[in-house]
Design a protein around this ligand. Sequence first.
Ligand code: SAH
Ligand code: SF4
Length: 352
Amino acid sequence: MRSAFDLTFDELVALRPPNDARYLYRKLFNFSDWAEGRPVVGKESTVFLSEHFDFALPEITEVRRSEDGSSKLLLRLADGNVIEAVHMPRAVKNPRVTLCLSSQVGCAMGCTFCHTATMGLVRNLTASEIVGQVLAILRALGPIDSGRVTLVFMGMGEPLHNVEAVLRAVAIMSEEAGLRISPQRITVSTSGLVPGIERMASAPVRPCLAISVNATTDEARARTMPVAKKYSLQDLTTAVKRLTLRPHEKVTFEYVLLRGENDTVEDAERLAEIVRPFRHNLNVIPYNVYEGALFAAPEEDALQLFVKRLQDRGCLVTVRRSRGRDVAAACGQLVQEATVRAPRRGLRNLSA
Ligand code: SAH
Ligand code: SF4
């Protein structure tokens, strides 16, 4: 049976009279009002929904709360596969919450610094599994008001390798009658799949874009990111330039700093050249080490120096430190810890 969370508003309108559809759609996504895991609606609507739709959500099997307020979650999908997500409230009362989401079980891209890569790609998530991931987390940990939520596809998987499902999920989650999470508060992070960026450019509901740069020449990039053998930095920046940005929209660039691999003065200079043409945020992420990692984290001094060099060259830089180190692992690390056994700590999700 089809998932109720795979529906756009227009698709429901095709099945029900408009007023009824609006009422039903609101109920469907008003998760704080559900009883026994499903929306409470009138008798006739209950029959209609039950005949057509399934309400199952991914099941949260583990929550690890961190001292810094963030929580790492494991979610089990209907077929038993496990994904992970991170819930990151800001450190204020009634905070905005950022959810770091998975788009695939595992990942095919093979980046040599990434723990998820060691799983390979198991499968894509469906749009309803992506929406279900968000609903399951908000139901468990809040906030009830989905207007206070920011979403980043920076968990397991390469979202643009599953671009149709991701875009569909974004369209569903941004529906006015439903969750109302604006696409301007949803960011898709990519290792650089140019066709996926081109596809995003033509999407009627387009999320924001983050590019994982991670190295500053094609040669160096190809050493750690196999995708760079297919699409050069030039291809990548050209595709990003073709996006028509909304007023105030910025492109996020991510740079995982790996000790002795991508942290030279020249790297800082070239990185500044890459990002400066864009209205940007540059996130420098000190490498998060895990058991068996091939790289080391930068020393604090080296990190600060690298950031300063970028700032001196006109970049808007934020250092993104891993949150929740004390509860171990995020994107890509937690799942394998659960399935393999590795009492190892570490995390590489991005702070809110
Ligand atoms: N596949 C997408 C999104 C998921 S990875 C992408 O690569 O962009 C999200 C971010 O985490 C990427 O910028 C990636 O470079 C970074 N990352 C991967 N492994 C990491 C690690 N061990 N420490 C710090 N950041 C890491
Ligand atoms: Fe996949 Fe992103 Fe990890 Fe690369 S960094 S292997 S693209 S999840």
